[in-house]
Design a protein around this ligand. Structure first.
Ligand SMILES: [Zn+2]
Length: 134
């Protein structure tokens, strides 16, 4: 268990890409980042690192839509064109692929963006007057 002074600053020993692929805490690299399916823990259950500032925004969704949409189109053309699958089987296969793929990719992309955010110490910009007060 890390103490508070160690948990306040981002840890750069964990690769943000490995943490993203595994969907684990960007600080300790072992505890799960999500509870339920896609909700980020407020505090890491393993090391106590404050994850409340994690905000990937809509970035993960945009990546998933672009990448998975392209993959679904290629898979659909392949299944229909080369294998001659009936439309109902094509809709079923693509539906399952899109559903499972989008949940998995959202977890990976969201975890990677959060890990990169902590790795580079990214935060909301401040006006000079606000900086002076801090
Ligand atoms: Zn942790």
């Amino acid at each position: 268990m890390l103490n508070d002074s160690e948990t306040d600053r981002p840890c750069r020993s964990v690769s943000p890409y490995k943490a993203g692929i595994k969907s684990v805490c960007p600080h300790c690299g072992s505890a799960p980042l999500f509870h339920n399916i896609l909700e980020v823990h407020e505090v890491c259950p393993g090391c106590g690192f404050d994850l409340s500032a994690a905000d990937p925004g809509d970035g993960a969704q945009v990546f998933v839509i672009l990448v998975l949409g392209g993959l679904c189109a290629v898979l659909g053309f392949t299944l229909y064109g080369f294998l001659g699958l009936p439309i109902w089987a094509l809709a079923l296969a693509l539906g399952v692929f899109a559903l499972v793929g989008s949940v998995w990719m959202l977890r990976v992309f969201k975890a990677t963006l959060i890990a990169l955010q902590f790795h580079h110490d990214a935060r909301q910009g401040l006006v000079d007057e606000q900086k002076a007060k801090l």
